[in-house]
Design a protein around this ligand. Sequence first.
Ligand code: G
Ligand code: G
Ligand code: NA
Ligand code: MN
Length: 254
Amino acid sequence: LILENRLRQALERDEFVLYYQPKTNGASGRVTGLEALIRWNDPEGGVVQPGVFIPILEETGMILEVGAWAIRKALADMQKWRIEGIDPPRVAVNVSAIQLQQKDFVDSVRLAIKACNGEAPSVDLEITESMLMTDLDDNILRLSEIRGLGLDIAIDDFGTGYSSLGYLSKLPVNALKIDKSFIDTMAATPESMTIVSTIISLAHSLGLKVIAEGVEKEEQAKFLRLFRCNELQGYLISQPLPPDEVVGYLRDSL
Ligand code: G
Ligand code: G
Ligand code: NA
Ligand code: MN
C-alpha cells in the first residue's frame, strides 16, 4: 500500500521517465527505431526498474493512466528531439494486457495522438504474446482499429506465449519480437538456434517483420543476420538510453 501511494504521487509529480533502446537494421546496422522503456525516478531511491512497479500499476488499474501517459510522453520527447535538430525514428511503446482489454483503449490512443497536434503518429505498440490470445476477437478488432490510426503493432516476447499458428495469421500485426530467452541460448543450444531460425521463417512467410531482442554478443548477431532477421536490439547495440542521451546517440548514428 505504501508503494501504491508513492506510485500515485510519482504520476502526479511527473517522476516517471521513458528510456529509449535503439533497434537497428540487421543488414545495414542503421537505427530503425527506439523502444520506450519506463523507469521511475524515485527521489528517495534512485531509478526504479519497471519489473518492480508495473505489476502494482496493473493490480491497481493505474496502468491505464500511466499507459496513456507513456504514449503522450513518447510523442512529446520526439517533438523535443525535433526541436533539437534530429528527426527521430519511430518509437515503440509497450502496452499492458489490461490496457488492451478496455473498451475505450482505441479512443485513449486516438486522444493521446490528437493531443500532439494531430501529427501523423510516429509511435508503434508492443504487446506481449501471452495476453493476445485471450479475448482474441476483441483484440483483433481493436488492433486493426489501432493500425488504422497509423500505428504498427509488434508481438513482444514471441515464442513464450503459445500462439496458435492459425490465429497468428489472423492477428493484425506488423512484427514479431523473438523473446530474449531464445537469443540468450541460441549460440550454445541447438534447439534455441532452431527456434530462432524457425520464428524468422514463420514471420517472413506471414509477411511480418522480425526483431531479435536481448542481443548481447556479436556471435548472436552474426547468426541473426545469416537468418535475415530484420532488426536487432540489445546491449550489443546499445543499453536503453535516458532521454537526454538520445539526441547525441542519434546524431552519431543516423
Ligand atoms: O526495461 P526493462 O527490461 O526493465 O523492462 C522490464 C519489463 O517492463 C519489460 O517486459 C517491458 O516490456 C516492461 N515495460 C517497460 N516499459 C513499459 C511500459 O511503459 N508499459 C508497460 N506495460 N510495460 C513496460
Ligand atoms: O519485455 P520487453 O521486451 O519489453 O523487455 C525488455 C527488457 O529487456 C528491458 O527491461 C530492457 O532493459 C532489457 N534488455 C534490453 N536489451 C537487453 C540485453 O541485451 N540483455 C538483457 N539481459 N536485457 C536487455
Ligand atoms: Na517490449
Ligand atoms: Mn520482450
